[in-house]
Design a protein around this ligand. Sequence first.
Ligand code: PDD
Length: 288
Amino acid sequence: MSRTVYVNGEYLPEEDAKISIFDRSFLMADGVYEVTSVLGGKLLDFDGHLARLERSLTELDMEKPEAFGDLLEIHRKLVELNEIDEGLVYLQVSRGSAGDRDFVFPDPEVVKPTLVLFTQSKPGLTQGGAAVQNGIKVISVEDIRWGRRDIKTTQLLYPSMCKMMAKQAGADDVFLVEDGKVTEGSSNNAYIVKDGKIITRHLSNDILHGITRAAVLRFAREAQMEVEERAFTVEEAQNADEAFITSASTFVFPVVEVDGAKLGDGTPGPVAARLREIYLDESLKTAI
Ligand code: PDD
């Protein structure tokens, strides 16, 4: 069955959805995006994703799409039309198409942003499958991305290359490393646990300010767990009791191996398991 997608005000079968070949997200990666997860047909952390989208647009001096105020309704309608129980909604805003290729931004009075949304069904999202059961393996890779990783842009070539490097090394993902310290994963935030303390890099322009990160750290503190926001090295990760990653599409995945070194006994740790459970319980309560 074909999906119904949303393009600039219209709900269309995916095969009829079109944007210009001059769209700046296609030519220049001049676009920003959000991924919101869906559980039980409801959106998790929607307000957080909307707030980050607004921030990404502001940082890039990009106009808000006309339908910005209707985004909750559009998300909900797509979830309903596509009968999504477990899955996600992908949203992308680009600076639009000036009908030609030009590095200079087009006049926002003339060229309006392109807004695209679509759903992906992911049965089994709550359970998390083998990644939650067995944990994931990561390799460390140099972080050569640009300096504004706090903006959620569609420049995803290097993260895609990282996933391929991980795959070729028989691993599942990477820990990106800059100046000897881990920044984050290719599409997730990275954490270690040492002597019961949860350690994750502090917020700056060097990492994406994960919406799941914010929620997980809040729940951890509410549960009286100790949290330290600072950068850590690969060696510290290898010697940690456990490690894990967070994102809207994984929630919390335990990491059991870093560059071939097993963490603890090489099985998923209790802190990651507990945080996944709390995150799912608490986020479902406020899902809309
Ligand atoms: N990725 N860091 C990076 C580089 C990311 O791409 C993501 C999300 C995160 C986690 O952010 P959040 O918790 O708000 O999902 C951190 C999404 C899921 C993706 O690109 O598919």
